[in-house]
Design a protein around this ligand. Structure first.
Ligand code: G3P
Ligand code: CA
Length: 252
């Protein structure tokens, strides 16, 4: 069923559990950020799929985490120095290819929500936000996607371009005033490392009309902390196991 991403948050909240996000798909079982990983994340019951996006040298939106190729593929060098066709020839693990973002959107939309992380790293990708927005509009996918980034300027820019798009700011540290940051950027979701969340942060963001999404929730300590803090979504590299825990929260 097609459900706007905001409505997904509200439905999960009514069930007494956070949304489950597959962080780079289901990388515990399949190569991260590949179509196989995303299919698996949907099969194990994720509500959201998270993926990372860079631009190829010919301006295509490609799905890969690092700005270099060595860790996750059999290629070398910078992602930005290769055309999409060159990137597609590489092995991204177990014979999988580096996906084009369009393929991922087409795979998941109408089934689960998609959280797209813009890897807007120096030197900044010119036109990355425009290209992404054009694609989401053409595919009719704006309501079912959220766009997040550690680059808050990028998020501020894309929100101004499309106010109906849900956007989120990623944060590795623990700022003094998360809600103020959220407001300054015009973002909908505050998304810190799980260890930088606490019940006060969650309340502050909720009071400001925002949602909280934390990552990466992969072990018992992180799961227990999230049960205490009650964020709206959690992103896991082990979505199958963590999802089983979450379903218990709703029933206990
Ligand atoms: O969802 C946020 C998280 O993915 C940010 O960190 O490095 O895993 O992309 P990273
Ligand atoms: Ca990411």
């Amino acid at each position: 069923m097609t459900l706007p991403i905001r409505a997904r948050y509200e439905a999960a909240h009514d069930e007494g559990r956070p949304l489950l996000g597959g962080h780079r798909g289901n990388p515990a079982e399949h190569p991260e950020n590949t179509m196989r990983s995303f299919r698996s994340a949907m099969a194990v019951g994720c509500d959201l799929i998270e993926c990372d996006v860079h631009l190829s040298s010919d301006g295509r939106l490609v799905v890969i985490h690092d700005h270099t190729l060595e860790r996750t593929t059999n290629g070398t060098g910078l992602v930005r120095d290769h055309t999409a066709a060159e990137l597609r020839k590489l092995d991204a693990g177990d014979g999988e290819k580096i996906p084009l973002l369009q393929e991922v959107v087409e795979l998941v939309i109408g089934k689960v929500g998609l959280v797209i992380e813009l890897k807007q790293v120096p030197p900044l990708y010119e036109g990355l936000e425009d290209k992404l927005l054009n694609m989401l509009r053409q595919l009719g996918a704006v309501p079912e996607c959220a766009v997040v980034s550690f680059n808050h300027s990028s998020i501020q820019q894309i929100k101004k371009m499309e106010p109906s798009l849900q956007v989120g700011i990623l944060e590795g540290a623990k700022p003094l005033h998360p809600a103020r940051m959220l407001r300054e950027v015009g973002a909908d979701v505050y998304s810190p490392h799980w260890g930088a969340a606490d019940p006060h942060v969650v309340k502050e963001v909720h009071d400001a009309g925002g949602a909280v999404g934390v990552w990466p929730v992969d072990d018992e300590a992180a799961i227990a902390w999230c049960r205490y803090c009650k964020p709206d979504s959690i992103f896991s590299n082990r979505p199958k196991e963590v999802g089983a825990e979450l379903r218990n929260w709703a029933t206990v």
